[in-house]
Design a protein around this ligand. Structure first.
Ligand SMILES: [Zn+2]
Length: 281
């Protein structure tokens, strides 16, 4: 089984929103920001090739920039999912499964692309089934006031129309090595993978733990709809990660791709930052 991290367009997040109630004098020691209080954010996808299936987790902001998104989030398009796939030897047609952790615009914007010839929007991974949780999908098509600007129907409408969207009702195994688990603090039905190789367990932390600095329980993003639920979910998964020596891979941490965690007197804490490509899987 081969596993790769893929960068997609990066952006910036307001530091206050990123770290919620944690004061800036504390978070800025762990995660730097610019003069506008904006923190750089990576937007990573993961690719798992198990031979018979090539599974992609999330598709980033995508290639069809919205002006509003650019102005608010300083999106940097120098990383491109399709080009980064090509660099590791894959074409979009080879992807068999796209797992969407959730439908916020920075996680599923690459689901569709504009066809250069026709100018029409088409499915970016034409041979893939796209998976999303039922709770997340229902939440996205009938959005609440707080999240509604994060949901863009163009990221899923043609996929649904062409019957390529698979709705997931509960935790399940996509294949023996990939467990998908649902969470409800950030947004209803956030679906995150636990990937087991012969000698490693990898947890793609998505928006549950967006950065290494977000590991302490009170460091909850202001974007989370239900912070107390996030705290409970983080506590449970981090305890398991520490007990079973899981590798955490961060989707949004600009400065750190991955780390292990350990139990301390103050709770579960991060070990040193690791580059994913340095790890023997
Ligand atoms: Zn999100």
């Amino acid at each position: 089984m081969k596993i790769f991290i893929l960068d997609t367009p990066e952006f910036k997040i307001d530091g206050g929103a990123y770290f919620g109630v944690v004061p800036k004098i504390i978070w800025q020691k762990k995660y730097p920001c610019d003069e506008n209080n904006m923190c750089p954010a990576a937007c990573r996808s993961i690719l798992v090739d198990r031979g018979d299936r090539v599974v992609l987790f999330d598709t980033g902001i995508g290639e069809k920039p919205e002006e509003e998104t650019n102005d608010l989030y300083f999106t940097d398009y120098s990383q491109n999912l399709k080009e980064n796939l090509k660099k590791i030897g894959y074409l979009p047609e080879q992807i068999t499964d796209v797992v969407l952790t959730h439908l916020h615009f920075d996680h599923c914007g690459g689901n569709t692309i504009i066809d250069k010839k026709s100018g029409k929007r088409i499915i970016a991974f034409p041979n893939a089934k796209y998976y999303v949780s039922k709770d997340q999908f229902q939440n996205a098509i009938k959005p609440n006031y707080r999240e509604r600007s994060s949901f863009l129907p163009e990221n899923w409408d043609i996929i649904e129309k062409e019957n390529a969207l698979i709705i997931v009702e509960k935790d399940f195994f996509l294949c023996p090595e990939i467990e998908l688990k649902l969470f409800y603090g950030h947004t209803p039905g956030l679906m995150l993978p636990i990937i087991r190789t012969n000698n490693k367990t990898i947890f793609f932390t998505g928006d549950l733990i967006p950065a290494r600095a977000s590991i302490p329980l009170a460091w909850i993003s202001a974007y989370d709809l239900f912070p107390l639920t996030s705290i409970e979910e983080k506590q449970e998964i981090l305890n398991q990660a520490a007990d079973e020596n899981w590798l955490l891979v961060f989707q949004h941490d600009y400065f750190c791709e991955a780390c292990y965690v350990e139990k301390t007197e103050r709770g579960v804490r991060a070990k040193e930052a690791i580059k994913f490509s340095d790890i023997k899987l």
